[in-house]
Design a protein around this ligand. Structure first.
Ligand SMILES: Cc1cc2nc3c(=O)[nH]c(=O)nc-3n(C[C@H](O)[C@H](O)[C@H](O)COP(=O)(O)OP(=O)(O)OC[C@H]3O[C@@H](n4cnc5c(N)ncnc54)[C@H](O)[C@@H]3O)c2cc1C
Length: 264
């Protein structure tokens, strides 16, 4: 007798709920497109990463951004992103196949994940239409590289303890950003920083900043024990100006508003 298929399990529900064998995704059922995409990801790994692992580990200048650009040309930076912005808009199973192959990227997995995850997704989830149209196509193509600046010396797990602040100028025309971030992946080469700071020391807010904005400076590369191929630095903001009119409506439970400064 046919049993009833249970609802699709979400997140970690597989640990506490019964599952159904028909919901289990197995390699034997990959379709032609999934097999092609898996091969493309494997070719990238074998041809572009494997031969230069030692150079990646030495963090050769320019290598990570160049590899991201190559991935962008293959569509691999936007596999999970909407087609409207140049992404492949692939289903979760296919993205999982890509992730499985890229589990072997070694320390280059951090530049890749920081750019495609914490770098790109805040704009997709919380950006205005104008911000999405302005940044996502370039990020998906690999022309704009992203870093995500949340952690501070006194605010890691407890991110809301952040001390970075953005204060409205006396004439109301712009916010003035001051603060310090640390352990920021991709900061050595990123073009765009997603930065979290508190407006007036209270409203925790995300900003999209041009990494070349006056008042932004970087610490030295961290001499890490592992994942040496990834750029990890401190980022300092000293009186960085953000035009006030670019702030959009509050969008999330931590009352994130998103602002974009002028992008040249
Ligand atoms: C290589 C690397 C790259 C990184 N890249 C980025 C980046 O790109 N952008 C960015 O913003 N940050 C980045 N980080 C920072 C990372 O997100 C933080 O290290 C992380 O959030 C933990 O913060 P912390 O290091 O201050 O540790 P803490 O918050 O001080 O935690 C220390 C330990 O205490 C535990 N702990 C903390 N609070 C509690 C609690 N309430 N109950 C029980 N246990 C607790 C934690 O699990 C941890 O084991 C990076 C870090 C590293 C090492």
């Amino acid at each position: 007798m046919e049993t009833q298929v249970t609802d699709t399990l979400k997140g970690g529900e597989f640990l506490i709920k019964d599952s159904d064998y028909r919901q289990v995704f197995i390699p034997e059922e990959f379709n032609e497109e999934q097999l092609m995409i898996r091969q493309m990801a494997a070719d990238f790994l074998n041809n572009e990463i494997d031969p230069i692992r030692d150079r990646i580990e030495k963090q050769e200048p320019g290598l990570s951004p160049a590899l991201l650009k190559k991935m962008g040309e293959l569509g691999l930076l936007g596999a999970h992103m909407p087609a409207d912005y140049g992404g492949m808009e692939l289903d979760t199973n296919t993205n999982t196949i890509i992730s499985e192959v890229f589990g072997a990227l070694g320390s280059f997995s951090v530049p890749f994940a920081a750019h495609t995850g914490i770098g790109m997704l805040p704009i997709l989830y919380f950006g205005t239409d104008e911000q999405k149209a302005r940044f996502l196509p370039g990020m998906i193509a690999g022309d704009i590289k992203a870093a995500y600046c949340l952690t501070e010396p006194g605010a890691g797990s407890d991110a809301l303890n952040s001390k970075s602040r953005a204060d409205l100028s006396a004439d109301g025309s712009h916010y003035v950003l001051n603060g310090q971030k640390m352990w920021i992946s991709n900061s050595g080469f990123a073009d765009v920083f997603i930065v979290f700071a508190k407006i007036d020391g209270e409203k925790f807010t995300g900003f999209i900043l041009d990494a070349k904005s006056p008042g932004i400076s970087l610490g030295e590369e961290e001499d890490k024990l592992g994942i040496k191929g990834s750029s990890t630095r401190q980022v300092f903001f000293e009186n960085v100006q953000i035009p006030a009119e670019t702030i959009s409506a509050a969008t999330s439970s931590v009352s994130c508003a998103w602002a974009a400064i002028k992008w040249c």
